[in-house]
Design a protein around this ligand. Structure first.
Ligand code: C2E
Ligand code: MG
Ligand code: MG
Ligand code: MG
Length: 292
């Protein structure tokens, strides 16, 4: 009986492993096809300075628009994109698209803020990645200080020495660097000092229950204070209501980003938003905020 069960169990595992492998192969070939057939899209989410009532940045977020399956979010393909190395090609495409879009909004006089783009550990690890960035900036005409690259603690910690030297090269060019999802990773405060970053993004988990939970307010406040003492700008991610904005503003958080202001928008919709409001905070959001 035991032998039998063992055999069944083995079969069960090998079948599900097989299923998983097949799924991965499908997903990987879909990503390859997506690159060839231009199924990827970049969406843009505004970042507002509540104090200045102005859109001072936007974050580029990649999606895959599958002809049958519709819009697929990065959470569903990023892990495999990273593992397979396809993130290198996807990331380069996103960088190019987003820099081009930002520069075209700038040239039309619609926008003078910056564009933030997410980097994976693999990209940061590339030799001469900063030359790729330089080349794209030259080709698109985007000034280096209008580009911000977002890096997570986790990806820096995969090989901190290499990552830090890549970051230093990028800073030398004038590119801004943000530490993304701060507070969820592994890095210590000692590392925070070593990273040549300009911006700290407070992870959404601290913002989510800000208006209900004292501990989250204390954490957010401490993060903002430390960041400001280190001369960093602070962005709060995942801001979903006006109470959160009021609390973050009172804590002197520099920039807010989240569904309360806008979901990430396709290129055309971002152009529409910029045309309509020229990057200032849409009027219906003004009454809720408490600018100082
Ligand atoms: P992230 O960089 O931390 O991006 C923020 C994520 O939070 C985005 O999810 C955004 O849509 C979502 N978000 C924004 N505001 C709110 C809010 O108010 N509430 C909630 N619940 N969520 C909010 P998205 O677009 O699904 O991206 C997920 C992650 O995928 C990103 O997290 C980033 O790590 C990665 N990613 C996205 N685009 C790229 C890319 O071009 N390259 C790389 N390497 N990674 C990317
Ligand atoms: Mg990000
Ligand atoms: Mg984030
Ligand atoms: Mg995240």
């Amino acid at each position: 009986y035991a032998k039998n069960q063992g055999a069944n169990r083995f079969q069960f595992f090998s079948e599900s492993m097989n299923e998983q492998a097949v799924k991965r192969l499908h997903l990987e070939s879909m990503l390859r096809q997506g690159l060839r057939e231009k199924w990827f899209e970049v969406h843009y989410q505004p970042q507002y300075s509540v104090e200045r009532q102005q859109m001072i940045g936007m974050e580029a977020l990649v999606r895959l628009r599958h002809p049958e399956q519709g819009l697929i979010s990065p959470g569903d393909f990023m892990p495999l994109a990273e593992e397979s190395g396809l993130i290198i090609d996807i990331g380069r495409w996103v960088l190019e698209q987003a820099c081009q879009a930002a520069q075209s909004w700038r040239e039309q006089g619609l926008y003078d803020g910056r564009i933030a783009i997410n980097l994976s550990a693999k990209e940061l690890d590339l030799d001469h990645f900063n030359e790729t960035v330089e080349e794209i900036l030259e080709r698109t005409g985007l000034p280096a200080d209008a580009l911000e690259l977002e890096i997570t603690e986790g990806s820096v910690m995969q090989s901190p020495k290499q990552a830090i030297s890549s970051m230093q090269a990028l800073r030398k060019q004038g590119v801004l660097l943000a530490l993304d999802d701060f507070g969820t990773g592994y890095s210590s405060l000692a590392y925070l000092k070593k990273f040549p970053i300009t911006t700290l993004k407070i992870d959404r988990t601290f913002v989510k229950d800000l208006e209900h939970t004292l501990e989250d307010r204390q954490m957010a406040n401490a993060i903002i204070t430390i960041a400001h003492n280190l001369g960093l700008e602070v962005v709060a991610e995942g801001v979903e209501n006006s109470d959160q904005i009021k609390i973050l503003s009172a804590m002197n958080c520099d920039i807010c980003q989240g569904f309360y202001f806008s979901h990430p928008l396709p290129h055309r919709d971002m152009t529409g938003l910029l045309r309509e409001h020229k990057g200032s905070l849409p009027p219906h959001l003004l009454s809720h905020s408490t600018p100082k």
